[in-house]
Design a protein around this ligand. Structure first.
Ligand code: PGA
Length: 250
């Protein structure tokens, strides 16, 4: 169970028109053939999911949504349901990215979204992470476990092989400031210990990715860090060459 295939995931955020997205997805698909020892996933903006799913068809590239709503359908202007992501060609979804939390999604709201994703058969990647203020106040472990506790509320042990987690310190996202391997190792160990206490051996199933200013120059060291089972890459995932290097450094 601890033999986890690393996941290299690219979060494209609010970048890429459909044409550029299809080209990048094609390049990622080609590069993924050189990196058979890893799983590869991309998270395009909603409008490009269909184009990316088409470009990635027949390859090993997994396509995911960057967020979903908790409801199956209804009067939620501007929102997208988990079922709609599935319909558009996704098999994964990010839940609780710090940029969604900053836009108003609560800890409990992340849990609702995780349950709605699992209900339709999407694999959630549940993100957690502390702010700089929280880290400096010595609250890192407390914040991570509070966020994860709410996100996994109501999730049964047998669903855990359909879930991945991501540790993304908010102070490292888009700042160029990466967590040191020591910082990542400690946070990942905190999460894993808690998972195993809560779910016994089933808590070993989810991969725990690191995210926050991952780039070709630091990917190898981070991926070799104890407890790091993959990376969630933002900025560097927008460049085919950089993302390929990160894939190959696993
Ligand atoms: P970054 O973003 O690699 O640009 O820091 C990571 C993320 O937000 O997932």
């Amino acid at each position: 169970m601890t033999d986890r295939k690393p996941l290299i995931a690219g979060n494209w955020k609010m970048h890429m028109r459909r044409g550029e997205a299809a080209l990048l997805a094609g390049a990622v698909a080609a590069a993924s053939r050189e990196a058979e020892n890893v799983d590869v996933a991309v998270f395009p903006p909603f409008t490009a999911i269909d184009a990316v799913a088409t470009a990635a068809r027949g390859s090993r590239v997994i396509v995911g949504g960057q967020a979903c709503h908790y409801a199956e359908k209804g009067a939620h202007t501007g929102e997208i349901s988990a079922g709609m992501l599935l319909d558009a060609g996704c098999t994964m979804v990010l839940c609780g990215h710090s940029e969604r939390r900053a836009a108003g999604v609560s800890d409990e709201g992340v849990g609702d979204r995780v349950r709605s994703a699992l209900a339709v058969g999407l694999r959630p990647i549940i993100c957690c992470g502390e702010t700089l203020e929280e880290r400096e106040a010595g609250q890192t472990a407390e914040v991570l476990l509070r966020q994860m506790g709410a996100a996994l509320d109501g999730i049964a042990w047998h669903q855990l092989d359909r879930v991945d987690l991501a540790y993304e310190p908010v102070w490292a996202i888009g700042t160029g400031r990466t967590a040191t391997p020591q910082v990542a190792e400690k946070a990942h160990a905190t999460l894993r210990k808690w998972m195993v206490e809560k779910f016994e051996r089933h808590g070993e199933a989810p991969r725990i990715l690191y995210g926050g200013s991952v780039k070709p120059s630091n990917a190898k060291e981070l991926l070799a860090t104890a407890g790091v089972n993959g990376v969630l890459v933002g900025g560097a995932a927008l460049d085919a060459g950089s993302f390929r290097e990160i894939m190959l450094s696993a």
